[in-house]
Design a protein around this ligand. Structure first.
Ligand SMILES: NC(=O)c1ccc[n+]([C@@H]2O[C@H](COP(=O)([O-])OP(=O)(O)OC[C@H]3O[C@@H](n4cnc5c(N)ncnc54)[C@H](OP(=O)(O)O)[C@@H]3O)[C@@H](O)[C@H]2O)c1
Length: 317
């Protein structure tokens, strides 16, 4: 353990950081150790990582002094912020700034910053196809992360551009809904466009591949996805793998989706519209082959569904 390079992992009790921690811990001879950062070392997910061999350290992304302590002596940092805890682009940027400042103070040799693209660059400011949110963003959780990229300039950073988690099926309430007739339908504003998706666990595995490759990816932007499928194709895979009968795709307009009224409906409506209207640009910024090179275990959508069948079925009622 002592001679291993420490990767300090933010979001260790979550999807991305958890996937990275599990990848580090599973690779006994890889030469890396996992320092799992959480605000609550007593929570079961932190205890689970500790049981697998992680060092669990308490810190809060809102408290830069705690981050500096948590990063001290580390070789590398995985930086991820959780927009969905506060829904604020400005707060997400402040948190990213804290991560960059603490990583610089600790003198780490490699940072992987989990980011997304600036969707405002895809449309002119006067484009009326979707509203501006929080005054200045199209998709706040994309645009704020992209703005935050600049905080890491001058540091040994890899910008990891992620994609839509297939896990949203059960983590985010984005599953097809069962009607009174027992049949499933899926209301999504994606038209016939392909959604660039990935199993969240694979993001962490890709990040581990980047850390292992070291210098090769410092100063680079790496965009990843697992497979790009239309909602119709995803519905067909769900009915095939989960055995739930046909899933009817209800291709709603983005405006209608924004009006669904659940927290974040406007944000997700804008996000899906970006995936739909700018399908080629989104896919062009990401690569399956790079993802597979960094993570040879990269899953397809059907493999993901088979592996997470119980959770997916439970979410579908
Ligand atoms: N859902 C998607 O399809 C998708 C796709 C691409 C990117 N993303 C991005 O992924 C990010 C979330 O990552 P995730 O899904 O891996 O997270 P997650 O599973 O929701 O878990 C959140 C993690 O963030 C940690 N965290 C949150 N606030 C913190 C704070 N103030 N200090 C320290 N740790 C904090 C939590 O740690 P503790 O609670 O243990 O402290 C937890 O480990 C979001 O910003 C989202 O935009 C999501």
């Amino acid at each position: 353990m002592a001679d291993k390079k420490i990767i300090a992992v933010l979001g260790s009790t979550g999807s991305q950081g958890g996937g990275l921690c599990r990848a580090i811990l599973a690779d006994k001879t890889g030469g890396f150790a996992c320092r799992a950062i959480t605000r609550d070392p007593a929570k079961p997910k932190a205890a689970d990582l500790k049981g697998k061999g992680a060092e669990v350290v308490k810190a809060d992304i809102d408290d830069v002094a705690s981050l500096k302590q948590a990063f001290a002596g580390a070789y590398a940092v995985y930086g991820v912020t959780n927009f969905w805890e506060h829904f604020s682009g400005e707060k997400e940027k402040t948190q990213a700034k804290n991560i960059a400042e603490a990583a610089k103070a600790a003198g780490v040799k490699h940072i992987v910053w989990s980011t997304l693209e600036d969707t405002r660059k895809l449309m002119s400011p006067g484009d009326k196809r979707m509203p501006m949110l929080q005054e200045k963003y199209r998709v706040p959780h994309f645009d704020a992360k992209a703005e935050a990229d600049s905080y890491f300039s001058g540091l040994p950073v890899t910008l990891l551009v992620t994609s839509f988690y297939w896990d949203n099926l059960y983590l985010f309430g984005l599953a097809p809904k069962k009607g009174a007739d027992g049949k499933h339908s899926w209301a999504m504003p994606m038209g016939k466009a392909k959604l660039a998706g990935i199993a969240a666990e694979d993001i962490g595995k890709v990040a581990y591949g980047i850390f292992k490759a070291g210098k090769e990816y410092i100063g680079k932007t790496v965009g990843i996805y697992g497979e790009a499928l239309t909602i119709e194709q995803m519905g067909q895979a769900i009915s095939k793998v989960l055995g739930v009968g046909a899933v009817t795709y209800n291709a709603v307009e983005a405006d209608a989706y924004r009006g669904f009224g659940f927290p974040g409906a406007d944000e997700l409506g804008n996000m899906f519209q970006v995936y739909r209207d700018f399908e080629q640009q989104v896919l062009g910024a990401r690569s399956v082959s790079v993802a597979r090179k960094l993570n040879p275990e990269l899953q397809s959508y059907e493999q993901f569904l088979a592996k997470n069948k119980a959770a997916a079925l439970a979410a579908m009622g």
